[in-house]
Design a protein around this ligand. Structure first.
Ligand SMILES: [Zn+2]
Length: 131
């Protein structure tokens, strides 16, 4: 998806990996640095990559240079939730960006995923005196 800040457009990609053999190199390297008691419990990951401007190639991964990456790790006892994996991975991918950019990107993400921006009719407060 494309998310906008007042100055730039960012491309944000998510890929879920649900089997150990499918984990990409960056994920395996990160797991290798973890304590064994945690590393051995990871059975799925969500990878978020984010970069400014258009993708270098239209395939995934898009091979665009200067791409930030965030990885959400799921351990066996947790249930797999795509939306949660995306949020955790996005937060990690954006961690080094300035706060103003992170705020704009979060807002765009939550709007695009319909977490904010839609008002449920029943959630509107009742007006006093309304019939
Ligand atoms: Zn891209």
């Amino acid at each position: 998806m494309i998310l906008y800040t007042p100055k730039n457009a960012y491309a944000v990609h998510f890929i879920h990996y649900r089997t150990l053999p499918s984990f990409p190199r960056e994920v395996r390297e990160a797991i290798n640095k973890m304590p064994l008691r945690i590393a051995t419990k990871i059975d799925a990951v969500t990878v978020c990559t984010i970069h400014e401007g258009p993708c270098k190639v239209p395939s995934r991964p898009c091979e665009t240079p200067n791409t930030l990456m965030g990885i959400a790790f799921k351990v066996r006892k947790d249930s797999f939730q795509h939306s949660k994996g995306r949020k955790v991975a996005l937060a990690k991918a954006m961690a080094t960006l300035p706060k103003a950019i992170r705020t704009a990107l979060w807002r765009g993400y939550l709007l695009k995923t319909h977490v904010i921006g839609t008002v449920h009719p029943q959630s509107e407060p009742k007006k006093k005196g309304a019939a």
